[in-house]
Design a protein around this ligand. Structure first.
Ligand code: ATP
Ligand code: MG
Length: 649
């Protein structure tokens, strides 16, 4: 593929106004309600809505009066079509187990498990907490809840028992669905043991359903029932419950990069409409696609683009249970090759990890089945984008850099490969809003800034995928997202829109550095470090400075084959001065083996900020699962050991 005259954003481009994406975006701006109403027709409804939107800021009710069921949209519509016997899920266990499940088989399993939940007393509106490894039964559990109108709350299986207990208590769940264990990095994660600990402090829990996955030895107590026993002697068919469009489909706690997790609530009709449309536009699903989204279902990407969107579209998808580097640092490439994946949707953090190990590993696999590459979760450094495009996509696959959040439900900013909107691309830019999404970059007073000026991203119109509220906390919902700028949604990200309208995410607003009166997004500096050949990963933070306000501290991970030296330090300082400017000169550079991250792979800069400025690191228990907390502590100790040395200026 030719990146054309826009290669790496150096030259002028003129966008083709006839591109399908532009036409659709224009239509959406002219009459948003008619536009979204048209989009909602892509779903199956038991009863058509009366009003497209009731907007009582900041509360939006989409498709009022409409009734539908999420599991019908994911399954029933396919089992009455030629998709019936198509493979829905290709599952790869980390330990080498593998299964394929057709739409009909998935439909049958969901019907039976929905009946099992009913037998345990679960009713419409009840909360069910799901704490499972990445296995097909996770899909089954979620869709079974949806079938009977219960609200699922999936807790990432890497979280600790106390994080699980907090989430169960917040949602007041009656039932937990878990497994004996799941595989991660060659070890069994003892999910049942962790659940037992959590259940000691969660009085709302009446039943715990346990899937046998790992075959490890576990104790069953009076509240516990095996999955296979719960689904014995139930009827095959379970009538789906049509729910109001605004009925909560799920609660999902955000990954906690910036603070205490929030229970984001998504509805049914608006959320599914948005997923259906965004998946069609961004990925342009085709009948023979094999979609590989590497996200864990415990995160929003997993909910939206591993469970609901691909199934609504009837595509075949790959789900993988374990770590990207187990048993060898090639697992994603091995899976792409084995199943002939056509679309890969992954994270910058995974790509940086693979990039660090060199090209020869991916080059030893046949990746020619790929037609499209996607990323999500953090800004992608241009250097990493280029590597993805060239080494993985062999220059043949567009890269869709998708910006969105747990709260937005689905993709908000991205090139739209399904609408011919991928060319020209600019590595490191999430390009444009998807049709129907109206964003701007504003200053602290909420005034729109001019092209090329850095500021805060806002969304100016409600959209169907937006969260309904925060669970049991309308007030916090209002304050967190809608109070900073009256009537506009505030995502908390720092960004700029360039003179051609491309949007660049520069990092989180909370992490912005203020150096001698200049504001610098972490991304600007981190990408400059990563563009240096020796550097695999970078995290930048600030430290109070009496003259400059803040000085820049960088934590760097070297690529394989490179070593730390005074000369390298100096080269990096020169490189940053040259590429960003003297204002960006780092005060201190630390080389570390790894950066502290959330288990969803995001760098925890607030932790680094505390470390660099000698503040207590604060509460990390809500942020992390057990294993990652240890990693964070280890990284912290390593950093403490190095602090005080390696000063650059
Ligand atoms: P918390 O809100 O609890 O601190 P979190 O923000 O990490 O956690 P998510 O909803 O998973 O939880 O992540 C959304 C955030 O991830 C965005 O606000 C943005 O900062 C970042 N992000 C996601 N995708 C992209 C992208 N393509 N480019 C830049 N940033 C991205
Ligand atoms: Mg967030």
């Amino acid at each position: 593929m030719d990146l054309g005259s826009t290669q790496y954003g150096e030259k002028q481009v003129i966008l083709d106004p006839t591109m399908a994406v532009r036409i659709l975006a224009k239509k959406a701006m002219e009459d948003p309600l008619a536009f979204w109403s048209e989009q909602a027709k892509g779903l199956e409804w038991s009863k058509q809505w009366d009003r497209v939107l009731d907007w009582d800021p900041p509360f939006a009710k989409w498709f009022c009066g409409g009734l539908l069921n999420a599991s019908v949209n994911c399954l029933d519509r396919h089992v009455s079509s030629e998709t019936k016997n198509k493979v829905a899920l290709i599952w790869e266990g980390e330990n080498g187990d593998s299964r394929t499940i057709s739409y009909l088989q998935l439909y049958r399993q969901v019907n039976r498990f929905a009946n099992a939940l009913k037998r345990l007393g679960v009713k419409k509106g009840d909360r069910v907490t799901i704490y499972m490894p990445m296995v097909p039964e996770l899909h089954v559990a979620m869709l079974s809840c949806a079938r009977i109108g219960a609200i699922h709350s999936v807790v990432f299986s890497g979280f600790s028992s106390s994080a699980l207990a907090d989430r169960i208590n917040d949602a007041n769940s009656r039932v937990i669905v878990t497994a004996d264990g799941g595989y991660r990095k060659g070890k069994i994660v003892e999910l049942k043991g962790l659940t037992d600990e959590a259940v000691r402090s969660t009085p709302s829990v009446e039943h715990v359903v346990v899937l046998r996955r790992a075959g490890n030895n576990i104790k069953m107590g009076p509240k516990d029932i095996w999955w296979h026993e719960a689904t014995e002697n139930v009827q095959n068919g379970c009538e789906p419950v049509p729910v109001e469009s605004t009925h909560p489909l799920f609660i999902l706690y955000t990954s906690g990069t910036t603070g205490k997790p929030k229970g984001v609530v998504h509805g049914t009709g608006g959320y599914l409409t948005f997923l259906h449309s965004t998946a069609k536009w961004v990925f342009g699903f085709k009948r023979d696609d094999i979609f590989f989204c590497t996200a864990d279902v415990g995160w929003v990407t997993g909910h939206s683009y591993v469970v609901y969107a691909p199934l609504i579209h009837g595509v075949t998808e790959i789900i993988y249970e374990g770590a990207p580097d187990y048993p060898k640092p090639d697992r994603y490439w091995a899976i792409v090759q084995k199943h002939g994946a056509t679309i890969l949707y992954t994270t910058p953090t995974a790509l940086r990890m693979y990039m660090k190990w060199g090209d020869s590993i991916p080059n030893s696999f046949d990746l020619s089945s790929l037609r499209l590459l996607g990323t999500v979760g953090e800004p992608i450094n241009p250097e990493v984008w280029k590597w993805y495009f060239t080494t993985i996509g062999k220059g043949n696959c567009p890269v869709v850099d998708t910006w969105w959040q747990t709260e937005t439900g689905g993709i908000m900013l991205s090139a739209c490969a399904g609408l011919g909107g991928c060319i020209p691309m600019k590595p490191g830019s999430a390009t444009f809003p998807v049709p129907g999404i109206d964003v701007a970059v504003v200053d602290e007073d909420g005034k729109e800034v001019t092209a090329g000026t850095k500021g805060l991203l806002v969304v100016r119109k409600p959209w169907p995928g937006m969260l309904l509220t925060l669970w049991n906390d309308d007030d916090k919902y209002s304050k967190t997202y809608w109070t900073k700028f009256e009537g506009q949604y505030y995502p908390g990200d720092y960004a700029l829109i360039d003179s051609e309208g491309y949007i660049w995410l520069l990092g989180r607003a909370d992490d912005v550095l203020k150096v001698a009166g200049h504001r610098l997004g972490t991304m600007e500096l981190e990408s400059a470090f990563v563009s240096y050949p020796a550097i695999a990963e970078a995290a930048v933070t600030g430290k109070p400075d009496p003259t400059k306000g803040e000085s820049i501290i960088a934590f760097l991970v070297l690529k394989s084959g490179f070593a730390q030296s005074d000369q390298l330090n100096q080269e990096l300082v020169d490189h940053i001065k040259r590429s960003v400017g003297p204002i960006a000169t780092p005060q201190e550079i630390y080389f570390v083996n790894r950066l502290p991250k959330t288990r969803s792979g995001k760098i925890m800069r607030r932790l680094l900020r505390s470390i660099a400025s000698g503040q207590p690191i604060g509460d990390i228990s809500t942020l992390e699962d057990g294993a990652a907390v240890d990693e964070v502590k280890q990284a912290y100790d390593e950093l403490k050991k190095t602090i005080g040395r390696d000063q650059t200026t």
